[in-house]
Write a protein that binds this ligand. Structure first.
Ligand SMILES: Cc1cc2nc3c(=O)[nH]c(=O)nc-3n(C[C@H](O)[C@H](O)[C@H](O)COP(=O)(O)OP(=O)(O)OC[C@H]3O[C@@H](n4cnc5c(N)ncnc54)[C@H](O)[C@@H]3O)c2cc1C
Length: 124
């Protein structure tokens, strides 16, 4: 991913820098960022019209460690074509069990699967 980003001429990198403030208003939307260089402490304004917060790629499954089986990357393991985990009656869906797609619609889909499987499990 880094190599692809470095090779893309449309992407500029601003290193050692944190966002201090998002500039703009409800009327204008985002117009820029106030950024601070953490080495020099210099503050500058960056003109942008949008902002994405990158949250990283680690699944937020720390609390399930030792409780259900996780794979090497920390995703909850589910059985093929199912949201069943290794613990009967415990089902996992969404980004915590999806190392491939991690999209809203796939999370909603597996959420629906988990709801149906939980309902059937309770019924039995
Ligand atoms: C910047 C960004 C852009 C994205 N853009 C798109 C897009 O354009 N299209 C698309 O389809 N998908 C997009 N996604 C992915 C999409 O948001 C996720 O795939 C989807 O939200 C996953 O749903 P989820 O229910 O599995 O997890 P989440 O939506 O992450 O929900 C998990 C919930 O669990 C809560 N939680 C966490 N820990 C605990 C705890 N200990 N106790 C109780 N609650 C807890 C969290 O607060 C959160 O509400 C984007 C994601 C990001 C971060």
């Amino acid at each position: 991913m880094q190599d692809r980003a470095f090779a893309n001429k449309k992407i500029d990198f601003v290193w050692n820098t944190v966002v201090e403030e998002i500039l703009g208003s409800r009327e204008t939307g985002v117009t820029g960022l106030k950024v601070r260089n953490i080495k020099t402490q210099g503050v500058a304004e960056l003109k942008v019209d949008g902002l994405f917060v990158a949250i990283g790629h680690n699944p937020n499954t720390e609390i399930f460690k030792g409780q259900v089986d996780l794979d090497d990357l920390g995703y909850i393991k589910t059985q093929p074509d199912s949201t069943r985990t290794n613990i009967p009656g415990v089902f996992a869906c969404g980004d915590v069990q999806d190392p491939v797609f991690r999209q809203a619609v796939t999370a909603a889909g597996t959420g629906c699967m988990a709801a149906i499987e939980a309902e059937r499990w309770l019924e039995q």
